[in-house]
Design a binder for this molecule. Structure first.
Ligand SMILES: Cc1ncc(COP(=O)(O)O)c(C=O)c1O
Length: 394
């Protein structure tokens, strides 16, 4: 069967990660994969997670199957973290998934099953998996303008103009906060505009929430999602616990559908459950149970929120320090937007040749489109990166 096939293209980021590991230079800097690193350059297990896991180890008496939707306490906790009291519980269907990627996958597949002619609208730029997954599933996808590459901020008018061409039943993918890769986020008034466009066109928003708590705060980062939930008749949310709980490899996430109360909600719940059943029967439980405990135990929750705040503050400090070093190195404010962006990532406006030069001449590794993981910087690496950027891009 495979004799006449070539392997598919390897994932570009993970290929560069391999190259980084093999690079013998001592002062190399890895700003590739979206991982939070502390001041020592490590991605430790959070204290709240360790404590929750200790309690699970001590008290868990069985590992028998749960329902196809996964741990209900976890789903309820995540619903409340994402939506608070924006809509009544009875309007929200939800399943646990294999991290945020599979939440997206379950929703995309549900859309393809129920509305095969739907187009998926994806921001330009976006996390490459959005378009890749739509293609993999045979869903048509279109891009909408998002980033104004001159100002490195949001192209609000372009975005709304493009989205007005969406058709009823189309899916509009929105980054809940901390836009990947640009770091440029919507304001509440932009979210209002998105809601208006959805109501006018009949398009359905899908919020991809992978970084809640990494931008401004847990509630602030979910404000746009909550606003949409209150305005539109149907909303999908795909959420990940990989970054904000540091559970990357444990794969915890949820897929939610906000609908009208009653039969519509029950239908949504049934279809979401069928997605889990047909793809992997039961979602993994360990990460979900850990999050469930943290969200529902006052002591663990306080501990987690403090750790999340500390991660967010480190990222903000990195942003400011890099923007400042760049100002000193270049004598200009050209990279000032880096300090204003939200979350882990920014685009540094580098051409592919400049990305190569950063890597080959300075051992600074960023993704091919010029995406930098700001959360991968440390006090020691900020000056190295600023000097390299000033020389290559300045
Ligand atoms: C925009 C976006 N969505 C979703 C995810 C999914 O993350 P995971 O599947 O690791 O939970 C990521 C992870 O990098 C992301 O950047």
């Amino acid at each position: 069967m495979f004799e006449h096939l070539l392997p598919p293209e390897p994932d570009k980021i993970f290929r560069l990660t391999g190259q980084f590991a093999a690079d013998p230079r001592a002062d190399k800097v890895d700003l590739l994969v979206g991982l939070y690193r502390n001041a020592h350059g490590l991605t430790p297990v959070l204290g709240a997670v360790k404590e929750a896991e200790r309690r699970i180890l001590e008290t868990q008496t069985t590992k028998s199957y749960l329902g196809f939707e996964g741990d209900r306490g976890f789903i309820a906790g995540m619903r409340s973290l994402l939506l608070a009291d924006a809509v009544p519980e009875a309007r929200v269907a939800g399943i646990a998934t294999v991290g945020g990627t599979s939440a997206l996958r379950q929703i995309f597949e549900l859309v393809r099953t129920l509305m095969p002619d739907a187009q998926v609208w994806i921001s330009d730029p976006s996390w490459p998996i959005h378009a890749g997954m739509a293609e993999h599933l045979g869903l048509a996808h279109r891009s909408y303008r998002y980033l104004d590459r001159d100002s490195n901020g949001l192209d609000r008018d372009g975005m709304m103009e493009d989205l007005r061409a969406a058709r009823a039943g189309d899916i509009i993918v929105l980054h809940g906060c901390c836009h990947n890769p640009s770091g440029a986020d919507l304001t509440l008034s932009d979210w209002e505009d998105v809601a208006r466009v959805c109501l006018a066109t009949g398009a359905i928003p899908l919020v991809d929430m992978a970084y809640q708590g990494f931008g401004t705060g847990l509630d602030e980062d979910a404000a746009g999602t909550r606003l949409l939930a209150q305005r539109v008749p149907t909303l999908f949310v795909a959420a990940s616990c990989s970054k904000n709980f540091g559970l990357y490899r444990d794969r915890a996430g949820v897929a939610l559908a906000v609908t009208s109360q009653g039969a519509a909600r029950d239908a949504a719940q049934g279809h979401l459950i069928a997605m889990n059943r047909n793809n992997y029967s039961f979602p993994p439980d360990h990460g979900a149970r850990t999050v469930d405990l943290i969200l529902h135990d006052a002591e663990l929750r306080q501990m987690w929120e403090a750790e999340l705040t500390s991660m967010r503050e480190t990222i903000t400090r990195n942003r400011r320090a890099l923007a400042e070093s760049l100002r000193a190195e270049t004598g200009s404010d050209r990279f000032g937007a880096l300090a204003a962006h939200q979350g882990m990532f920014s685009l540094i406006g580098a051409t592919p040749a400049q990305v190569d030069a950063l890597r080959e001449d300075h051992a600074v590794y960023v993704v091919g489109d010029g995406r930098m993981n700001v959360a991968g910087l440390t006090e020691q690496t900020v000056p190295i990166v600023a000097r390299a950027m000033a020389q290559v891009l300045g």
